[in-house]
Design a protein around this ligand. Structure first.
Ligand SMILES: [Zn+2]
Ligand SMILES: [Zn+2]
Length: 373
């Protein structure tokens, strides 16, 4: 009896440990589908740890990223602002090496630093550095040049932060950096701020669109992850999930930005992405109408308008909820056509500050036949 009791206790301990283990290792799956030719990677290239003015140990940033389903992060502690420096006495490379040497569980960890100067020119992140220490210079231009000498990707952070009405101002200093090839991108989103003017700068000057959290606290204290929020992310269209491929994609401007259930980006990448996110799954036809089902396999809702088409009546507005299918009926004035186009204007996918993405969905006879079985 004693032996049996012991076995029962062990059994319950094992069950309990397994349960706790399973709970603590719950992570999100892939957030966005790949597009033809490219992996779609969700990344955050701006965050702090106790090695500057953040409040977490570097390994926590990797664990948070894994839990939230991110593919890559950059640790970007300030060079010039280190309020815990009496305790954190290591050099400027240490926070990255602690994060990179942890078990990243498939999260790509990139070395970065934040060059932190008054506006103008403001704060700049340099990522893909080999050594952060040469960025500790008196003049900002020397720090940025030291990053460029290492072939770093350099972007202007939170350009509207602490500016009147949070509107970015493009100063002479920015022209100089831009003309010298020392500015490769701009954060159009930082934390909870979105800068439409910066979006336009990127379009006008061929700079890379960036959107990052700049998180200082534990991520769940900054964003209500349990309530469905996600941090802002730079979506990268890379050939592979590797540091080299992400770097190539950033210099090649193959990015979009996710922020508060909106996507900002370029048509050549957003059209295939929406085609992968919203898939026509089932079409049932009768003599006068077609019932269409579209499944949303991404992590947030898409809102759109169907533009009027001659001979067709369809709902004016549609919302595709994340992880669900939306069904709607398309009616024809005459007989049902074997192939027709649904022109969708996406309200929360923007290709310029005031311009929604336009996508044409082709519903073909083949789909109709398959759907009617
Ligand atoms: Zn900053
Ligand atoms: Zn920062």
């Amino acid at each position: 009896m004693k032996r049996n009791g012991y076995i029962v206790v062990c059994f319950f301990i094992i069950i309990r440990v397994t349960f706790v283990f399973a709970q603590s290792n719950a992570g999100a799956g892939k957030l966005l589908p790949d597009i033809p030719g490219y992996r779609t990677l969700c990344c955050d290239f701006h965050m702090h740890t106790v090695f500057s003015d953040g409040s977490v140990w570097p390994t926590v940033r990797v664990e948070e990223a894994w839990q939230e389903g991110l593919d890559a992060i950059a640790i970007t502690d300030h060079i010039e602002y280190r309020p815990h420096k009496d305790d954190m006495t290591s050099d400027f490379n240490r926070s990255f090496s602690i994060a990179a040497d942890s078990r990243p569980n498939g999260v790509v960890v990139i070395k970065g630093s934040e060059i932190t100067r008054a506006m103008p020119p403001g704060h700049f992140n340099a990522i893909f550095l080999q050594d952060s220490n040469p960025l500790d210079t008196e003049l900002y231009m020397d720090a940025i040049q030291a990053a460029a000498d290492q072939s770093a990707f350099i972007f202007w952070n939170h350009p509207g932060w602490r500016q009147p009405d949070t509107k970015p101002i493009w100063y002479e200093e920015h022209t100089e950096l831009f003309e010298k090839g020392l500015m490769h991108g701009i954060e159009i989103v930082n934390d909870r701020e979105y800068y439409p003017e910066a979006f336009q700068y990127c379009l006008d000057k061929n700079l890379t669109l960036m959107g990052n959290s700049d998180v200082h606290s534990p991520i769940h204290m900054a964003w209500d992850l349990d309530g469905g929020e996600k941090r802002p992310m730079t979506v990268v269209f890379a050939r592979e999930k590797s540091i080299a491929s992400i770097k190539e994609a950033l210099f090649d401007r193959r990015t979009a930005v996710y922020f508060e259930k909106k996507l900002f980006g370029h048509e050549p990448f957003l059209v295939p992405l929406i085609n992968q996110c919203l898939q026509v799954k089932n079409v049932v036809a009768d003599e006068k109408s077609v019932f269409v089902e579209i499944y949303n396999c991404s992590f947030f809702d898409y809102k759109c308008m169907i533009k009027p088409v001659e001979g067709i009546s369809a709902p004016e507005k549609l919302t595709f909820y994340d992880g669900k299918k939306a069904g709607f009926t398309v009616k024809f004035t005459d007989e049902v056509k074997g192939r027709f186009v649904l022109p969708l204007l996406m309200e929360n996918v923007l290709i310029a500050p005031e311009k929604g993405l336009f996508v044409e969905y082709v519903v073909s006879a083949k789909t109709i036949m398959e759907g009617s079985h």
